[in-house]
Design a protein around this ligand. Sequence first.
Ligand code: ZN
Length: 174
Amino acid sequence: MFAVDLFELPEGSSAVSLWRRTGEESVGCLTYVLVDLADDQDPHVENHAIGAHAGPVLGGISGRYPDGSSWLVLIAAGGDPSATVRRINPMAAVRSLAVDLEQARDYVPTVPDLDAFALVTLLESLGLDRWRCAQALEDGCGFPGREHECAHDGFNDICNAWVSGRLWELLGEE
Ligand SMILES: [Zn+2]
């Protein structure tokens, strides 16, 4: 999972939710912000609170460390919202990392732009292969040739399958 590669999260860390915002303009740079939450902080509450104030956030992932504590990764368009995150949540430990399009192409050469790269990152956090995620975005369908209620959007197809517990069945892991 990409959040692990990027921030070297400990082995056994898992994603438990992800979200995407639509309607943002295309961006020249992405900033990934890792927020470690204190034990009594709820990731859903925090992602709404932080996401609402941290500027143009394209999406995010939340998950758990092996010890049960929670992390969030926010994907922000353009500049680094770390200072805002610290102001909103002084208890959180924050690290950020900027990615430009050339770096993104080293990682997945087929992604056309940073918005698509952000979506690949989000999908990959579910445990899917990054190439498979990029292909789904390009195809406009997560599961071509498989029976599913098609959202005509690779991202939404995969998220819907994940939420309904059908992801691995639809991927047809033989
Ligand atoms: Zn589909």
